[in-house]
Write a protein that binds this ligand. Structure first.
Ligand code: 2AM
Length: 179
C-alpha cells in the first residue's frame, strides 16, 4: 500500500475560515475549501507505508522552536498558463529552516529531491483556463493583504486522497515545535 505524502503547516482554523472571504472574482478558479488550506514544507510524493513510517521517525527527530508566521500578498504559478493561485508568506528564516530540515529528512531516506525550489505559499485555488490578467487583478487586490501573525507550534505529515471535488488531506502524524 502506498500513500501520497507531504509535510505542512496548518494555519489556525479561524484564519482559514476567514480566508474564504478573499476567494472570489477569478474566472476558472476552483477555490480550495478552508479545511484544505496549508503551507507545504516538503512534498514527498507517492510512498510505500514502510517509507511513510521511516519518514515519520525522521520528521519526529527535527528539533525546532515555535515561531510566528504571517500570510502576506498573493501570487500565481504557471506564468502565462496559470495553474495555481496562492497567498504569500512573510519572510521567515525559521520557516525556511523547517522546510530544509524536512528536505534533509527525505534525503536521509534516499527520496528523490523535490524538483521545485521552496516557495512558501498557501494555495487558495487551482486554475483552469484562467488568464494571467485575471491573476494579476487578484494579486493587485491583495497587494496590501497581511493576516494577523499566528504561532506555528507544530507541523504535520499529511496524506492526500483524491476526492471528487477536492483532495482530502489527513494528518497522519503531528510534530510539536518547542515552546
Ligand atoms: P501546491 O499547493 O502548490 O499545489 C499536496 O498536493 C500539497 O503538496 C500541495 O500543497 C502541493 O502544492 C504540494 N506539492 C508540492 N509538489 C507537488 C507535486 N509535484 N505534485 C503535487 N503536489 C505537490
Amino acid at each position: 500500500m502506498s500513500l501520497r505524502l507531504f509535510a505542512a503547516i496548518r494555519p489556525p482554523d479561524e484564519l482559514c475560515e476567514r480566508l474564504a472571504g478573499l476567494q472570489r472574482g477569478v474566472p476558472g478558479a476552483r477555490w480550495r475549501p478552508p479545511d484544505n488550506l496549508h503551507i507545504t514544507l516538503r512534498f514527498f510524493g507517492e510512498q510505500d507505508v514502510h517509507v511513510a513510517e521511516a519518514l515519520d521517525i525522521e520528521l519526529a527527530r527535527i528539533r525546532a522552536t515555535g515561531f510566528d508566521l504571517q500570510l502576506k500578498g498573493a501570487g500565481w504559478f504557471g506564468a502565462s498558463e496559470p495553474s495555481t493561485l496562492w497567498l504569500g508568506v512573510a519572510e521567515s528564516p525559521q520557516l525556511e529552516k523547517l522546510a530544509a530540515d524536512c528536505d534533509k529528512a527525505a534525503r536521509r531516506l534516499g527520496l528523490a529531491p523535490d524538483g521545485r525550489k521552496f516557495t512558501p505559499h498557501l494555495t487558495v485555488a487551482y486554475l483552469r483556463g484562467t488568464q494571467p490578467d485575471d491573476c494579476a487583478r487578484f494579486v493587485r487586490r491583495l497587494a496590501m493583504f497581511a493576516s494577523e501573525p499566528f504561532l506555528v507550534d507544530r507541523f504535520a505529515l499529511y496524506s492526500s486522497h483524491l476526492g471528487k471535488r477536492a483532495s482530502d488531506y489527513r494528518a497522519e502524524a503531528e510534530y510539536p515545535l518547542l515552546g
